[in-house]
Design a protein around this ligand. Structure first.
Ligand code: HDD
Length: 716
């Protein structure tokens, strides 16, 4: 192995080996930069106290403003320059702080300190994002969600920059600009925002068969998670773990949500664009504020180097998963997100993730998509964050010391002491000095790998299978999920204006996934799909795995109602004692109950007590809630039944497969809303006791899946 020929005078001297951080290390580091104006005078950026912040300096009260007014000039100058370029992709996002705590079992695979001590909590900052839309777009669009985690480890920052889907649209990073140009709003009119339902996207993906697997994931309900706590995360690429002996193994990273996987319904997601465009970020923010933290377990699939070629796909191909049946996911630690940022811009907007940020014990594979990413992220931060010193921005700083000979450039904060900004040097004692690789606290050493190859611009034949895993994904979906996918392709292609693009998808791409999928989508477009798969055998590929349970959202339903949001519909005359009982029983299960009334005026309950509603019907519509309980009370039900909004609340909840419980007189609201009874997940009874167990059981499955085929009959 080639070694640096220079003699390092300090190689045996003291190094930064004694760094030990804890859960609050990053917060302590940020504390130094936090600013609280309470009790302070208003001053300029130069510290001069300001006496009048309402009037600019003028030549006479009705005269022109004077150039001399430095208070005005500074304020406007700063304001005029407030914006920075948004991220080219993943512009809209929300983030939270937390910690990662390892179990003991990853130490055998990786020497990274972050996996070592089960008592140690490493601080993390996680940003979730959509990909296509701009910073001001909607949360619940059909799109991939970014899931980027910065681990502030003792040995430096490790960024796991993943998505909520385990594969990607392209195999080689050189196609990334093409893909992004195709999916983004179209260049001539910047339409449509936050959506893939347009000509350029479908033109591109119908000409790029390698995109088929990932497009299928985005046509599934995974493309609009109910809550960031309810989605899986994936590192996507195959990486490497390096153990203490320097042995390398391949690895895929997974985040498994403790709260289960739950998504929205497409109609619900669309309605949320208007009703609450901040739906996902608001839920995360509110839940963290109220102590309902987000939890995920980190999982790994480990493949020994010698098994690299033992699969019927190439593990370097980012359009492929490793089925969990073939290599099980081992859970190696838990992440808890428990603190909201103090300032969106300073933290969430300025955080700079990069898959190239790794620590000893973690290394890259030759996946050509990953290799390209290793260049792209630093490059984009130069523009976005104004130069190469973005690592000094507080949210990006490691918690361990970092010294080197990089100097100057825009906005440099560090005051580097000493005369020598080069290495080797004998002037500043030879510092900062290299650290040789070691089992612990060593310098980063790239995995030693012999590469004997021609320089080629090409792609391996082993990347030629473009369909077998799309078929695997399709086969693994439940009937309801399949129907939603058919509806998604049908909807998206209906927005494509050029008929030949629709035809290409239906005749040349979809049949290669599944003939019935193509036939159904074709039927709804009046296009006849072929009865044989048109792709070549090589391109169709072969998957030994014909289906995989883990690929269905149904595999990880919550099984409980904790943290579910339940609307309790009330109006004047509502049964007072029952309200208390509903609230306490829901809270006893860890669910959140909200009293929702026709207006915000206090409701006069049956015992004369005035009860303040938490929200009103159109302020907290059913699309923002998980389930509905109609509380008893004759007068209350009359009022709700006479209200269009009251009836609509139930109709919409019914359409979106939500469990509805009606107690006592509540049944009359079901009738008024024309909710079919008896019906799955529509539970009525004389008392709360009669309905509660069934209510919890159905809500534990997230939705009333058996109602799906009837949902479209409801016109809400
Ligand atoms: Fe990327 C941002 C995830 C492929 C280039 N990417 C970005 C973010 C996530 C991902 C989560 C947002 C990070 C944040 O919250 O700030 N990207 C992925 C995944 C990919 C992927 C999982 C495939 C497996 N990306 C990819 C390729 C390239 C990029 C192939 C270019 C060659 N990605 C970027 C970028 C961004 C970015 C342009 C925009 C903003 C940023 O980096 O900081 O450099």
């Amino acid at each position: 192995m080639a070694k640096n020929p220079h003699t390092n005078p300090n190689s045996d001297g003291p190094h930064d080996t004694d760094v030990t951080t804890n859960e609050s290390s990053k917060s302590d580091n940020l504390e130094h930069y936090r600013s609280d104006a309470e009790g302070h005078d208003l001053r300029t950026n130069q510290g001069t106290r300001i006496s009048d912040n309402h009037n600019s300096l003028k030549a006479g009260e009705r005269g022109p403003t004077l150039l001399e007014d430095f208070v005005f000039r500074e304020k406007l100058n700063h304001f005029d320059n407030e914006r920075i370029p948004e991220r080219i992709v993943h512009a809209r996002g929300a983030a939270a702080h937390g910690y990662f705590q390892p179990y003991e079992n990853a130490v055998q695979y990786s020497k990274a300190g972050v996996f070592k001590d089960p008592d140690k909590k490493t601080p993390v900052f996680v940003r979730f994002s959509t990909v296509q839309g701009s910073r001001g777009s909607n949360d619940t669009v059909r799109d991939v969600r970014g899931f980027a985690t910065k681990f502030y480890t003792d040995e430096g920052n490790w960024d796991l920059v993943g998505n909520n889907m385990p594969v990607f649209f392209i195999q080689d990073a050189i196609k990334f600009p093409d893909f992004v140009h195709a999916v983004k709003p179209e260049p001539h009119n910047e339409i449509p925002m936050g959506q893939s339902a347009h000509d350029t996207f479908w033109d591109f993906v119908s000409l790029m068969p390698e995109a088929t697997h990932m497009v299928l994931w985005t046509m599934s309900d995974r493309a609009f998670p109910r809550h960031f706590r309810n989605m899986e995360g994936f590192g996507v690429h195959t990486f490497r773990l390096i153990d203490r002996q320097g042995k390398s193994r391949f690895v895929k990273f997974h985040w498994k949500p403790v709260a289960g996987t739950c998504s929205l319904i497409w109609d619900e997601a669309q309605k949320l664009w208007g009703r609450d465009p901040d739906f996902n970020r608001r839920m995360m923010w509110d839940d963290i504020e109220s102590g309902d933290f987000l939890e995920y377990e980190l999982g790994i699939q480990v493949v020994e180097e010698e098994d690299e070629h033992s699969f019927d796909f190439d593990i370097l191909d980012p359009t492929k998963i490793i089925p969990e049946e073939q290599v099980p996911v081992t859970l190696i630690g838990k992440m808890v997100l428990n603190r909201n940022p103090d300032n969106f811009f300073a933290e969430t907007e300025q955080v700079a993730f990069n898959p190239a940020h790794v620590v000893p014990g973690i290394d890259f594979s030759n996946d050509p998509l990953l290799q390209g990413r290793l260049f792209s992220y630093t490059d984009t931060q130069m523009l976005r964050l104004g130069g190469p010193n973005f690592h000094e921005i507080p949210i990006n700083q490691p918690v361990c010391p970092f010294h080197n000979n990089q100097r100057d450039s825009m906005h440099r904060q560090t005051i580097d002491k000493g005369q020598a900004s080069y290495e080797p040097n004998s002037i500043d004692g030879g510092w900062p000095s290299e650290t040789p690789p070691a089992e612990e606290n060593g310098g980063f050493e790239t995995h030693y790998e012999r590469i004997d190859a021609h320089k080629v611009r090409g792609r391996s034949d082993s990347f030629g299978d473009h369909y077998s895993q799309a078929t695997l994904f399709w086969n693994s979906q439940s009937d309801v999920e399949k129907e939603h996918i058919i509806a998604a392709y049908t909807f998206e292609l209906s927005k494509v204006q050029r008929p030949w693009i629709r035809e290409r998808m239906i005749k040349e791409i979809l049949p290669n996934i599944d003939l019935e999928l193509a036939r159904r989508v074709g039927e709804l477009h009046g296009i006849e799909a072929p009865t044989q798969k048109p792709a070549s055998a090589d391109e169709l590929g072969h998957s030994a795995q014909t289906d995989s349970e883990a690929l269905s959202l149904m595999a990880r339903l919550p099984g409980h109602i904790a943290m579910r949001k339940v609307a309790v519909l009330v109006a004047d005359g509502v049964d007072a004692a029952q309200l208390d009982e509903i609230k306490s029983r829901l809270e006893g299960e860890g669910a959140q109950a909200m009293l929702i009334a026709p207006s915000m005026a206090p409701v006069k309950a049956s015992d004369g007590r005035m009860v303040s509603p938490d929200a009103m019907l159109n302020g907290q519509p059913s699309v923002t809630m998980d389930a509905v309980i109609v509380a008893d009370g004759q007068q209350s039900i009359d009022a709700l039944a006479q209200s269009g909004q009251g009836r609509y609340y139930l109709q919409e909840a019914y359409k979106h497969l939500k469990v509805i419980a009606a107690i006592g007189e509540g049944k009359r609201l079901l009738e008024a809303a024309e909710i079919p009874v008896p019906e799955d997940g529509v539970i009525s009874g004389a008392t709360l006791q009669d309905v509660f167990a069934d209510f919890c059981e159905v809500l534990g499955k997230h939705r009333v899946w058996t109602r799906d085929s009837k949902a479209n009959m409801m016109s809400a």
